[in-house]
Ligand binder design. Structure first.
Ligand code: G3H
Ligand code: 13P
Ligand code: ZN
Length: 285
């Protein structure tokens, strides 16, 4: 069942759980996500980054995700991850994405507001949901000083102003996570999550969630995170499964035999995440 990002995140916000948003670049990832969602009876978000769209093509990603969503018994949204470009966002909407992210986090606040508002006006006019970002999530860092933290983490006052002026449906916040593999253990600023949730009372999003320990994820969800982005953990399980298969079957050249076990391994990891995020058994008709 294809639905908007807003419908999925509104349900998660009202019922206090988080939905997994998993990045895709190919058919096997789309299928792994849907199989896991069906097995755990979870609503789910299939998302593609700029890189993913460049690799597969926006039409291929959109059509694969649409077939998957329409065949599924669980609610599925198709989302653009870290959109930066007006034209690309328009193209995704035209191809059937039901949710888009505009990432203006590298701009000054007023410019981020201006760019985000423009996307909200256009997307909402055609019933598409919008996620935006405030604060800097960035790449992996071993440790971060208090000064750096204040400069880069999402400021609750700014978040309130940003939401009021843009009319977005969900906000991605910087609270200590980073994209890609972590060198040390990530330390989340739970107080900040709590304050932002209380002030905004709307769906909030955690990026860079691969490699974050289970207890931290569960605590973040209990404090109000409603969308959890996962990419790296799926890439890693894909890589491990393909590597192991080729090591034990060096002469097998059939792509189905090489990639099939990776699809199964990805499905298992995704289902575990869904249980961890609290989205299992939350699918509605
Ligand atoms: O948020 C970033 C995602 O992990 C996408 O990464 O640009 O390599 O597709 P990518
Ligand atoms: P990870 O690759 O660290 O899981 O981050 C994914 C993400 O935030 C996509 O937007
Ligand atoms: Zn991200």
């Amino acid at each position: 069942m294809l639905v908007t990002g807003k419908a999925i995140l509104h349900h998660a916000h009202e019922n206090e759980y988080a939905v997994g948003a998993f990045n895709v670049n190919n058919m096997e990832q789309v299928q792994a996500i849907i199989e896991a969602a069906e097995e755990t009876k979870s609503p789910v978000i299939i998302q593609a980054s700029q890189g993913g769209l460049q690799y597969a093509g926006v039409e291929y990603i959109a059509q694969m995700a649409k077939v998957a969503a329409e065949k599924a018994s669980v609610p599925v949204a198709i989302h653009l991850d870290h959109g930066t470009d007006f034209k690309q966002i328009m193209l995704c909407i035209r191809n059937g994405f039901t949710s888009v992210m505009i990432d203006g986090s590298h701009y000054e606040l007023e410019e981020n507001i201006r760019k985000t508002k423009q996307i909200v006006e256009m997307a909402h006019a055609v019933g598409v949901s919008v996620e935006a970002e405030l604060g800097k999530i960035g790449g992996t860092e071993d440790d971060i000083s208090v000064d750096e933290k204040d400069a880069t983490y999402t400021d609750p006052d700014e978040a309130e102003k940003f939401v009021a002026e843009t009319g977005i449906d969900s906000l991605a916040i910087a609270v200590g996570t980073a994209h890609g593999p972590y060198k040390g253990e990530p330390k989340l600023d739970f107080d900040r999550i709590k304050i932002i949730k209380e002030r905004l009372n709307m769906p909030i999003v955690l990026h860079g969630s691969s490699g974050v320990p289970e207890e931290s994820i569960k605590k973040a969800v209990s404090l109000g995170i409603n969308k959890i982005n996962i990419d790296t953990d799926i890439r890693m399980v894909f890589h491990k499964a393909v590597k192991e298969f080729i090591a034990s079957n060096p002469d097998t050249y059939d792509p189905r035999k090489i990639v099939g076990p990776a699809r199964k391994a990805m499905k298992e990891v995704i289902a575990e995440k869904m249980n961890m995020f609290g989205s299992s058994d939350k699918a509605w008709k």
